[in-house]
Design a protein around this ligand. Structure first.
Ligand code: GDP
Length: 450
């Protein structure tokens, strides 16, 4: 990707009343100027200009508002314009063609944010948070993305890197004076510092379990015999007809997944094929997939019909199984009191078709998810698998360093693992920590003559 190019793209989804076309790069202002009725040559940053734009044949295309941004005070850090035109697909297509005709090129996906990163406006994790913010669909995902985009996570990483750099510097200083057999650092203090950093990285890495569940939804598998009402329950939970409801056994042969929010928490419901013994090859495959889906779920809704028994399936100890007895409406009124009574244990009486008892079941899902619907963002929550992997690698390197240090392994080996840890943390934000930084830190923080 050539960052010297001037790029253009539609920034708003098609179909709205107003469309915004963004232009960014060294020639953004002159290219916009060449198709606009007013001169933008001397326009200052953060100014708005009303006028007409022309198409490739020089014919008036639309009345627009052009916002001007001067480098470095723009999203990308480059000269940029934003053209707000009317949302017709014809206007947008012709406007883009005009811009390309006058020297811009169509931007590639994510290219604006990539330029913002290249120009130091955002680090990598902040750039990734922009995508998360756009995709956020709940209060919790929005809060996490906002906090990451504002640089809270980056700041936490920078603090950790600072502490590691201090450790590495002290050890490398010792190495430089190796022949004089000097010890600059108090061993106990170094060990405590490593311990502190390890705890912090480990806390961040552990937060991924929650972060991932919040971002992608808590997986809930609906398991039961054919015709227990699994598809009806899925439809009742997500509030639309996602799954096919039929009284022909074995209808749901494939997994059907859908997400919905309950009290601000995202759940990913998986409707599975009914579990029973069958000779039908296709149905057997569906059942196999159901069992696999159940293995990945955090919560299982184990269903049966009123007066039937539950299928006997083994679940993992860390899975939460809520037993659901469906079709309780068939024995109304004798069962009606069950819909409103807090269940003893994890047994719930419902009628998925009529919606009875569903509130208690929803409340149970929220409770068992053990996720707060309003997230405490005093600590960063890791939601990105790339960050999680880098944190795990950083943790492994740090643990090696700690062990080597405890074993009194030569200092250069300990320092190497610490540099490894720094490298993995640097991968998250895209910052490069070179040995020059380490040197700089030595002379910056310590007086050798002292
Ligand atoms: P699945 O095979 O477990 O997915 O079951 P379905 O959701 O397809 O339902 C099987 C049949 O039971 C359909 O005819 C549904 O209309 C019916 N059914 C589902 N839930 C209820 C309920 O709460 N009460 C009654 N009376 N019938 C239900």
């Amino acid at each position: 990707m050539n960052t010297q190019d001037t790029i253009c793209a539609l920034a708003t989804p098609p179909g709205g009343a107003i469309a915004i076309v963004r232009v960014s790069g060294p020639k953004a202002i002159s290219i916009t100027d060449s198709i606009f009725s007013k001169s933008l040559d001397k326009a200052e940053g953060y100014t708005l200009h009303f006028g007409q734009i022309k198409d490739m044949d020089g014919k008036e295309l639309d009345e627009v508002l052009v916002s001007v941004f001067r480098a470095p005070h723009s999203y990308t850090g480059e000269d940029s314009t934003e053209i707000s035109c009317h949302g017709s697909s014809y206007i947008v297509k012709n406007l883009l063609e005009s811009l390309i005709w006058t020297g811009a090129r169509q931007a590639e996906p994510g290219e604006y944010t990539m330029r913002a990163f290249m120009n130091g406006k955002l680090d990598l994790s902040q750039a990734e948070a922009v995508a998360d913010l756009i995709a956020s669909s709940s209060q919790a995902t929005h809060q996490m993305a906002m906090s990451q985009m504002r640089g809270k996570f980056s700041q936490e990483l920078a603090d950790l890197q600072g502490q590691l750099l201090q450790l590495t510097s002290l050890l490398e200083l010792e190495l430089d004076f190796n022949d004089q057999n000097v010890e600059f650092a108090n061993r106990q203090q170094l060990f405590e510092l490593m311990d502190k950093v390890e705890q912090h990285i480990s806390q961040l890495s552990d937060s991924f379990q929650v972060g991932n569940a919040i971002k992608n939804g808590i997986p809930v598998a609906i398991i039961g015999a054919p015709n227990a009402g699994k598809s009806t329950l899925l439809n009742a939970l997500v509030g639309e007809d996602r799954a096919i409801v039929s009284n022909i056994q074995g209808t749901t042969r494939d997994l059907i997944e859908d997400t919905t929010q309950i009290d601000g928490i995202t759940f990913r419901f998986i409707d599975t094929a009914g579990i029973r013994s069958t000779q039908n090859k296709l149905e057997r495959m569906g059942i196999e997939r159901s069992i696999q889906a159940a293995e990945k779920a955090k919560i299982i809704l184990l269903m049966t019909e009123y007066n039937n028994s539950f299928p006997e399936i083994q679940f993992r100890d860390d899975q939460i199984v809520l037993q659901v007895i469906n079709k309780c409406d068939v024995s109304l009124p004798s069962t009606s009191y069950l819909f409103h009574r807090q269940p003893t244990g994890r047994l719930y009486h419902i009628s998925a078709a009529r919606g009875y008892g569903m509130d208690l079941l929803r409340q149970a899902l929220v409770r068992e998810s053990s996720l707060p619907s309003d997230l405490d963002t005093t600590h960063s929550v890791v939601t990105n698998v790339r960050h999680y992997n880098a944190l795990r690698q950083a943790l492994q390197a740090l643990r090696r360093a700690k062990q080597a240090f405890a074993d009194q392994t030569p200092t250069d080996l300990v320092a190497e693992d610490l540099r490894g840890c720094l490298h993995h943390l640097g991968e998250i934000t895209g910052s490069e920590i070179t040995s020059e930084d380490v040197l700089h830190n030595i002379f910056h923080n310590f007086c050798i003559g002292k």
